[in-house]
Design a protein around this ligand. Sequence first.
Ligand code: HEC
Length: 125
Amino acid sequence: MKKITNRRTKIRTTRITLNKRLVALFTFSVISLSACAETVLQGDIERGKEMSGVCGMCHGDNGISLIPIYPNLAGQKEQYLVLQLKAFRSGERVNMAMTSHAQKLTDQDIADLSAYYAQLDPKPE
Ligand code: HEC
């Protein structure tokens, strides 16, 4: 009798260990899959600033545009800026003024420019 109980306990313990392993494996897969889907690059604000000269012609030196049909970029959400620049680059979003500028950008350029514009003050004095 005692022997059987011990065996049952052993089986249960093995099952729990297996379940824990499965949970760990599943979590790991989800994390790696999401990492593959979109590699989030760290934006370099200083480099973004250096690159922003040409953008400033239309979007303003401080990210506030002087032309009514050109959007402000200062203080915009960083991930939104990344998505829009990639959309212009791929042709998913099209604009005569913007497309040619976006086509020249690498993923790192986009990350840096987005980090730069996102931290600018949207309402400068
Ligand atoms: C010749 C003018 C011009 C230049 C230079 C220019 N842009 Fe633009 N940009 C525009 C216009 C116009 C729009 C709005 C497009 C539309 O209406 O769809 C725009 C839109 C954008 C948007 C989307 C904003 C939003 O709210 O959806 C981003 C981001 C952007 N530009 C970033 C940049 C960056 C970064 C550069 C420099 C590499 C740059 N632009 C250079 C004219 C310009």
